[in-house]
Design a protein around this ligand. Structure first.
Ligand code: TGC
Ligand code: FAD
Length: 401
């Protein structure tokens, strides 16, 4: 028997995905079709250009409409508002496939879906839903989500952005920092406190007087995604732009549950791409008269990566089931986000080593994934904050402050 018959990499699915535990058997035909459609889109519309975009710190705004046409935005929301009416596993598979291309592209998709469309659907009025959701789902409009502030990242409860009731409108002051999509967004969902210190969501449209969105430069991570601030200098916000359905920190935290779930899947995509690249490279690269794949140390790296990717897939798949049943808890989501992102970052680092010097170049995707994943490890709750969320769940004792 030829050596390749034993080799996992020779299986038909090598370039199509990593499925060592045959988890495909657990997916529906519809879920597989969704995955294939997004995979094909990424191959055609993202992968050929992403390295150039990242090197040039270019956010390809035209991708927003293309993703909208594909049905990536609001996939789990009802069709009557432009959503896809799909389940959470399909949403997860979409995030996985987009992040195989690039974490920044997945950021664009998850902010639009989970952090802008979801809260408008869940906490908005019928008028707000009808006004904004179809534009966001088609990609005609791009949205952003403003929770983090310069002095309040992990602790959003301390936010200082505030609005006053002026009778016929609200007057908003403050600022937000590190906001994905902000420099290009048409709509910003901003979290701010009222005069009673209660947090509410406000919808700000580009062009409102006193509202600006300066871009954040000099990032070494998520270079094809645009990041910026949101600055509110006496912005008059119409009263009908407040989301009435839920107030308090629990409202943005509910949105984060959905986005963190998507990241748990997305990170697997980045890991898969690194793994495939390193595997292929290691079989081609010859040192000491042998492909480096023949060395035990390389095989150890690859074996451990496959094991960790597979464990992450099982976690994500089960979490998808719990999401669909409405049973997934914040702590279960924290565990998956934390584990899967750290796994992907570790896989990217190991793969970078397998490629030696070539691993640091933009000729391969690995270093870009690795740098992107440093942000993914931090945003939507840092690696350590998710550990503390789990710690609180286990012991019943919060240790944040
Ligand atoms: P805590 O006292 O625990 O909770 C405050 C209130 O919220 C309620 N709550 C929830 N409600 C619904 N769903 C959830 N998941 C909820 N979690 C908590 C809770 O019951 C309480 O309600 P009430 O009625 O008693 O007031 O809050 P805390 O201030 O102690 O904070 C807890 C902590 C640290 C876990 C939380 O602040 C946190 O998660 N911090 C991390 C911040 C974060 O993740 N920021 C992300 C910003 S957005 C982003 O990064 C987007 S990147 C997007 C991209 O590009 O992909
Ligand atoms: P800090 O909160 O200052 O944390 C610094 C360090 O201290 C971390 O290691 C943290 O784990 C640790 N730490 C903090 N508190 C504790 C504690 N109690 N115990 C132990 N350790 C602790 N935010 C948005 O609102 N919208 C967005 O679209 C968005 N997009 C982003 C895009 C990018 C590229 C990045 C980098 C960030 C984005 N963020 C966004 C912000 C992101 O959510 C925050 O960066 C993150 O929540 C951490 O906040 P911080 O950066 O202020 O770090």
């Amino acid at each position: 028997m030829a050596p390749e018959d034993f080799n996992y990499s020779q299986r038909k699915d090598h370039f199509e995905g990593v499925d060592f535990y045959e988890l495909d058997e657990l997916l529906t035909e519809e879920q597989k079709m969704v995955r294939l459609a997004v995979r094909d889109f990424v191959k055609k519309e993202i992968s050929p250009y992403i390295e150039k975009w990242a090197q040039e710190t270019h956010f390809p705004q035209e991708i927003v409409k293309k993703m909208g046409q594909l049905g990536v935005f609001g996939s789990y929301l009802p069709t009557e508002y432009g959503g896809g009416g799909l389940d959470y596993t399909s949403y997860g598979l979409m995030m996985q496939e987009i992040e195989r291309g690039d974490s920044g592209m997945r950021s664009t998709a998850s902010v639009q879906s989970s952090l802008v469309m979801y809260p408008i659907y869940a906490f908005g009025t019928e008028v707000q839903r009808k006004k904004y959701l179809p534009k966001l789902s088609s990609g005609e409009w791009l949205g952003c989500f403003g929770l983090t502030e310069p002095d309040h990242g992990s602790n959003p409860a301390g936010m200082q952005s505030r609005f006053k009731d002026m009778g016929d409108h609200f007057l908003l002051n403050g600022s937000k920092m590190w906001i994905s999509n902000s420099p290009k967004a048409d709509l910003a969902l901003v979290w701010a406190k009222d005069e009673n210190d209660r947090i509410h969501g406000l919808l700000l449209e580009r062009g409102m007087e006193g509202f600006s969105t300066p871009e954040t430069h000099n990032k070494w991570s998520l270079r094809a995604s645009c990041t910026g601030e949101l600055v509110f200098d006496n912005v008059k916000v119409p009263k009908e732009n407040l989301l009435p359905g839920k107030s308090g920190l629990g409202a943005p935290l509910m949105c984060l549950d959905s986005a963190r779930y998507g990241i748990a899947w997305g990170a697997i995509g980045a890991a898969m791409d690194c793994y495939h690249t390193a595997l292929t490279y290691s079989k081609q690269r010859v040192q000491f008269g042998k492909p480096i794949a023949a060395f035990q140390l390389t095989q150890k790296k690859l074996s451990e990566m496959l094991t960790e990717i597979t464990k992450a897939q099982v976690l994500a798949w089960r979490l998808g089931q719990l999401m669909d049943k409405g049973k997934a808890s914040t702590t279960q989501i924290s565990m998956a986000k934390r584990n899967n992102v750290a796994m992907a970052l570790e896989v990217a680092r190991e793969c970078r080593q397998i490629l030696g010097g070539m691993g640091i170049t933009g000729d391969f995707s690995i270093m870009r994934h690795m740098m992107n994943l440093e942000s993914v490890l931090t945003y939507e709750g840092t690696h350590d904050i998710h550990l503390l969320i789990l710690g609180q769940h286990i012991t019943g004792i919060p240790s944040f402050s």
